[in-house]
Ligand binder design. Structure first.
Ligand code: ADP
Ligand code: MG
Length: 686
């Protein structure tokens, strides 16, 4: 291949090796398995191919209006072929009396059928039988097209590569796995994905290549998980002591749900071993993750260690602190909060108490990560709202003791099972799949802007019976200025509809200083205001059980998981709660699906599944940075079954042969090694 093309491939698609090129899979196929007769031509047909004899070829018109016209005839009728461009080129090819295959989209013009700009190929019955019949279509950019690397050009290069690499492509799977699943050899799969003769060949190839992606991903994750569990030493918390037991017996304000009990048990088993725990708790908003975190921190303290909890925002850290302060005091434990806004003097005190061991629990934001924050004996780390922290940030907490502390990650964004398997396959996962008793499902309604008056009436009724209300405006960075204006306009409007002294409103947004924000939040928490007008700063964590109505403005601009998070701010008390999604009439199909899903279900996992389907895995929170989802052909939203199968198989393989040293597993080890070489920056998730 000429160097210029190589350069373009590298720049546009990161294709550097033969392997990369073979993995540049077609994104669709044009069906050329079937020939139509001219009589069958109708409006509904997509691209079709016809075979027939060329009858007349004539140039019509002059200069720029010039076009080339030919007639194609088969036993059933005739159709006109027309070209407006590249006339000279076609003219040379097109010979009257010769049989051609034409391929294109038929259209009706002034009562006769014609096919503008069809692809042309002389018809030789023997050769046509051999040619691939599902024609691959490759993704290609403008720069690629300029370098003759449009779909056709790529196809011909890939064909050359396929020919050249015959007999050179190393098989990655042991024969036993291939035969067990009826998988075709890898080399054959590459040929069949690029040049399938029919749908069966294509399916065989897809299955084999998807299997490779998912299986090796799982194999790698499970091996990492096993390595973490055997090689990464940690502190063994040998006992469950006084703090935990006293809290459980005397201070726990409610009965734990079975799911909470189960998860606490799972964590207890983990931390009792001299191996670092890496566990993810998945639980829907309001499922009660905080108390689980707190109680497991007590186990650390029972064993003479300190614990910390890191939250993504100051407001959240503050809420955790406020929520847990009472418990800590009751138990005689010292707990502090460290955020960016803690003044130097208070900060110094915290630093000292941490180092002396006086401080048992530290709650905070990423300020906890600073080097100056030195613990006497940190043993347990809780990370709330996992997706907001980067991998590198999190790993800095590890270095805060001689051995790495146990790590508990709490994810408030439910992730579909399949995605969890792929993203967090090397973490152990606990699920709180049960809400505390007595919660009434939130009622959600989609309402158009023009029916706003009814919404105001409803809000007034709710305030009259003592409830509080959130009104949320979108905040999207690119149009921050405009969003701010919307928020302020909205606030003015609401202030007019809900005038003082009968009503009081709070407003919170990103432009306020953190103490101003705090002041406004506190007014709302203390019920001094009935309506909180805010941007998405309240998205995570905020807990005001008396708030029972969530009004989301321009709801079409929010993603599903964000809508679900916002809705989770209400429905925290015993009262019936409501979520109202306000939009204009103009909505995209995806936006309609999002709104409909919200109205139909409160189940975060179900919502996450729809989100995954709508957006694809690459878009979900935190997945971009993780680098784990380098899937070219498998799609975790569609290939869930295959993924589970691969995971189970990978587990079995690693259980039987952890280091993959058996002869039968040599191909697996070599493949993993070569993936690792290509993927040097593959790191641990936490
Ligand atoms: P999240 O999982 O969203 O972080 P929280 O931990 O904030 O949820 O809990 C939500 C609310 O439910 C809190 O007010 C908490 O005190 C309460 N809660 C937690 N567990 C229970 C339980 N088992 N029974 C009753 N209320 C509970
Ligand atoms: Mg929470």
């Amino acid at each position: 291949m000429i160097p210029k093309k190589l350069g373009v491939l590298k720049k546009e698609c990161a294709i550097e090796t033969v392997g990369d090129l073979l993995k540049w899979y077609p994104f669709r196929y044009v069906d050329r398995t079937r020939f139509y007769t001219i009589k069958e031509v109708s409006d509904e047909l997509p691209l079709i191919q016809l075979v027939g004899r060329i009858e007349q070829v004539q140039l019509i018109g002059k200069d720029r209006a010039q076009r080339l016209r030919a007639v194609l005839k088969d036993q059933t009728g005739s159709i006109e072929l027309v070209w407006f461009q590249g006339i000279k080129f076609v003219q040379d090819k097109l010979k009257p009396g010769v049989d051609f295959i034409v391929f294109g989209k038929p259209s009706l013009f002034q009562g006769t059928w014609n096919m503008p700009h069809p692809e042309l190929e002389p018809y030789f019955p023997e050769k046509t039988l051999l040619a691939p019949k599902l024609q691959p279509v490759y993704p290609s950019t403008d720069a690629m097209k300029r370098a003759w690397l449009e779909s056709k050009g790529l196809s011909s290069i890939i064909n050359q590569v396929l020919r050249w690499s015959q007999g050179k492509i190393e098989e990655t799977l042991p024969d036993s796995i291939c035969s067990q699943l009826n998988l075709i050899p890898l080399e054959q799969a590459f040929r069949q994905i690029h040049q399938p003769k029919d749908a069966t060949e294509l399916q065989q190839a897809e299955l084999r290549l998807k299997f490779d992606e998912l299986f090796f991903l799982q194999l790698r994750l499970i091996q990492t998980n096993r390595y973490n569990k055997t090689a990464i030493k940690g502190f063994a918390f040998e006992k469950v002591g006084d703090y935990f037991n006293r809290f459980f017996a005397e201070f726990l304000p409610f009965e734990l749900t079975n799911a909470q009990k189960r998860v606490i048990r799972e964590i207890r088993i983990d931390v009792a071993r001299p191996i670092q725990m890496n566990r993810l708790i998945q639980g829907d908003v309001g499922s009660g993750k905080t108390i689980v975190a707190f109680m497991t921190m007590l186990i650390a303290i029972d064993n003479g260690y300190q614990a910390c909890l890191m939250a993504p925002t100051e407001i959240l850290a503050q809420q955790h602190f406020e929520g847990l302060k009472g418990f800590a005091e009751a138990l005689g434990l010292k707990m502090s909060i460290l955020t960016g806004s803690v003044k130097k003097k208070a900060r110094t005190v915290i630093h000292e108490e941490l180092e002396s061991g006086e401080l048992h629990i530290l709650i905070g934001t990423h300020a906890l990560l600073e080097d100056k924050v030195i613990f006497k004996n940190l043993g347990f780390v809780v990370i709330d709202e996992q997706h907001r922290f980067g991998v590198a940030q999190r790993s800095r907490l590890w270095a805060k003791n001689i051995l790495p502390p146990h790590v508990l990650i709490m994810s408030a964004t439910p992730i579909p099972r399949t995605l969890a398997m792929t993203l967090y396959g090397d973490l152990d996962t606990s699920v709180i799949d049960e809400l505390p008793p007595g919660r009434k499902p939130i009622q959600t309604k989609h309402i158009y802007d023009q029916d706003r008056i009814g919404v105001f009436e409803f809000m007034k009724q709710q305030v009259a019976i003592g409830r509080q209300i959130y009104v949320v405006y979108p905040l999207i960075e690119e149009s921050e200025h405009l969003d701010y204006k919307n928020l302020v306009d909205g606030f003015d409007h609401l202030s007019a509809v809900f005038p003082a002294p009968q009503y009081h409103l709070s407003i919170v947004h990103g432009r306020l200083k953190s103490d101003e924000k705090e002041y406004e939040m506190q007014r709302f928490v203390k019920k001094q205001t009935q309506i909180m007008v805010a941007t998405t700063v309240i998205e995570v964590g905020v807990n005001v059980p008396n708030a029972s109505v969530m009004v989301i403005e321009s709801a079409e601009r929010f993603g599903l998981s964000q809508l679900h998070q916002l809705r989770g701010r209400v429905g925290r008390g015993a009262d019936q709660s409501y979520c109202i999604l306000m939009t204009s009439f103009k909505l995209s199909a995806d936006a309609r699906t999002r709104l409909k899903t919200m109205c139909q279900t409160n189940d975060g996992f179900e919502i996450a599944e729809v989100d995954l389907r709508l957006r694809g895995p690459g878009d979900l929170n935190g997945t971009q940075q993780s680098g784990t989802l380098d899937l070219k052909i498998a799609d975790i939203s569609k290939d869930a079954k295959l993924l589970s199968y691969c995971r189970d198989l990978a587990k079995t393989v690693i259980e039987n042969d952890p280091e993959l040293t058996l002869t039968e597993n040599i191909r697996l080890r070599e493949t993993l090694d070569s993936i690792a070489r290509k993927n040097m920056n593959w790191g641990r998730i936490s």
